[in-house]
Design a protein around this ligand. Sequence first.
Ligand SMILES: [Zn+2]
Ligand SMILES: [Zn+2]
Length: 419
Amino acid sequence: MNFEELLKGRACSCGMNHTCAIKHIIIGKGANEKLGALLGDYRKILLVADTNTYAACGDTVKAQIGDKLESLLVYERDGLLIPNEEAVGEMQAKLTDETDLIVGIGSGVIQDTCKYVSHKAKLPYAIVATAPSMDGYASVGAAMIMGGMKVTYSAHVPEIIIGDIDVLKDAPMDMIKSGYGDILGKYSCLNDWKLARIVRGEYFCPYVYDLTMDMVVKTRDLGERLLARDPDAVQTLMEAIIGVGVAMAFVGNSRPASGSEHHLSHYFEIVGILRGEDYFMHGTDVVYSSVYTQRIREQLLKLNTPEKNVLLSREAWEENIRRIYGKIADSVIALQDKMGWYGEDRFPVYSEKWPEIQAVLAEAPSAEEMLGYIGSIGLDLAEFDALYGEKKIDDALKFAKDLKDRYSVLWLYYDLLIS
Ligand SMILES: [Zn+2]
Ligand SMILES: [Zn+2]
């Protein structure tokens, strides 16, 4: 993909001027060797890694920074590094009045923490990716764990993203699988985006939709080659991962990258943190969840005409939200009260536009096809069913939507299919 061209942005027929504040995206073999040339006038750089990511390419990156290195922070860790107050504090302690750039080496946690700290300090940051594990590199969202809870802050995009295929292809395989899953999940969210346009008249951009879909189509058949760590396949996956981030920047929200399947994955993560229960890596949860959102679409396609559902009473709904979300239930209820969608009758819209709605639902690949992609990279939906069980999945399908202020097929499910 020609990122230089893409980053120029576009005055679009959708009425928006699509822009992205990222200055440089370099993905390729030996890309890390190109970092030095992009550092321009920066003089006092804080380099951040953890022991694993430093081992992956720390010395190369440090050499590229050369005498512009002000300080180095390598998080020591036994288990997983958590993007919490402690990690933030450690990084902030390394900043001086003169620090002018933060360079992070890593994937999810390191990039989220660098994004968060640099935004607070009003400093630019660059990220040297070590795994094609999720599509957050190019997004503004910093997913942190604060006060023991997952909180996504709106921060800023990096100035530079480097993805060296020689490093990325050697990432832990479960991270590569997760990245592939995050991209395949776009089939579900892109369909939700079209659905929201019909049902709620939401903003929609055909150009950004096509741009994202094109990346999904290029990635979908690479499962086996990714398992073999084929460099060209890893390159295509990484380009999709970064490209989707640019697509989000283009529309100013995460519509092109996150829909019902992400709402389900966030549910499993958030409930997992609340209850101390296991959950899968982000993109793995996403792609498994996308089979379930697709099964909903297939159920909806069987409805010749929508029939008015008997909805839960306010009391029953609240009872469920409190049972599921425990100490964060109040904020979930407050969000839904603010949106007021429970007090809205969407049935007339469903009735009037049912053929149009079904035509969109029919566009998404079948659950069977999704299972084929999942299997191609050695994932098996049975492990998802076994980890979460029927009740937790059923709760997710009914109440994951309540974590968000976004319309998706989960609302259609709630409005027309639950009993
Ligand atoms: Zn547009
Ligand atoms: Zn994702």
